[in-house]
Design a binder for this molecule. Structure first.
Ligand code: PRT
Ligand code: ZN
Length: 224
């Protein structure tokens, strides 16, 4: 279903939400965020914002339901690999890497254990919310392992006896430290990115996207 207004999916609440809204505002998109609405119309441009869980954004783009999306590369890559495995559409265009949401996906182990390299993970059980990125990485290293899928509290899995190691997002490292873990192997570096669906766009949408990109460029440069 094609709409005349440009549809942009952003995280409703969470670590990317505030900076996404801030970026759009600085780009001159007038929006009033209030209440529990799923769709918010910009007042001064033909733009509709879809406020959703970040997990849903890659699929909305890959299914062509929305035009643009802002998402962490970690989530984007996880969904992409999952959809490839399920033979679902998994394509998108990367428009721009943004200057927020920086983190890394790392394997972490008990702080008292030694680590000599990925081969140490052979035969281990690793708790993660990112089974596809982890498998992709460790397959390439020739490491076989099993996963324990957890969508929260991943960092307590070793202590709870659920896993030998974890693979989770790290930014400052404080969470790992607080749980007696240490970073052993960085498997993926991530930032928020602006992505676009595949397929045709009406000329006015093409121009609007170009205008947004120019403004984003200006906003990011002004901060540097
Ligand atoms: O509700 P919704 O599904 O939309 O949100 P969510 O809970 O799935 O995601 P959210 O809001 O927590 O994170 C959104 C995105 O922010 C992630 O997908 C990453 O791209 C990015 N990001 C950046 C992070 C972090 N930094 C981060 N530190 N996401 C999560 N963390 C968590 C991490 O999982 C761990 O629990 O913070 C903890 C580690 O932080 P440090 O500083 O202690 O190392
Ligand atoms: Zn999420």
């Amino acid at each position: 279903m094609q709409t005349e207004r440009l549809r942009i999916a952003i995280q409703k609440k969470g670590r990317l939400a505030k900076e996404c809204q801030e970026l759009l505002k600085r780009c001159g998109v007038k929006i009033s965020f209030s209440g529990e609405r799923l769709v918010v119309h910009a007042e001064n441009m033909p733009i509709d914002l879809l406020l959703v869980r970040d997990d849903d954004i890659p699929g909305l783009i890959m299914d062509g339901v929305v035009d643009l999306g802002v998402i962490g590369e970690n989530e984007l890559e996880e969904v992409r690999l999952e959809r490839i495995a399920m033979a679902k559409p998994a394509e998108y265009d990367l428009l721009r890497r943004l200057d927020f949401g920086g983190c890394r996906l790392s394997v972490a182990i008990d702080k008292d254990n030694t680590y000599n390299g990925p081969e140490d993970l052979n035969g281990k059980r690793i708790a993660t919310s990112y089974p596809n990125i982890l498998k992709d990485y460790l397959d390439k290293k020739g490491v076989s392992f099993s996963t324990c899928m957890l969508n929260g509290s991943v960092e307590v899995a070793p202590r709870a006896g659920l896993a030998d190691a974890i693979c989770d997002l790290v930014s400052t490292g404080a969470t790992l430290e607080a749980n007696g873990l240490k970073e052993a192997e960085i498997i993926f570096r991530s930032k928020a990115v602006l992505i676009q669906r595949k397929g045709e766009f009406a000329q006015d949408k093409v121009e609007l996207i170009q205008r947004l990109l120019t403004r984003i460029q200006g906003v990011i440069q002004a901060k540097e």
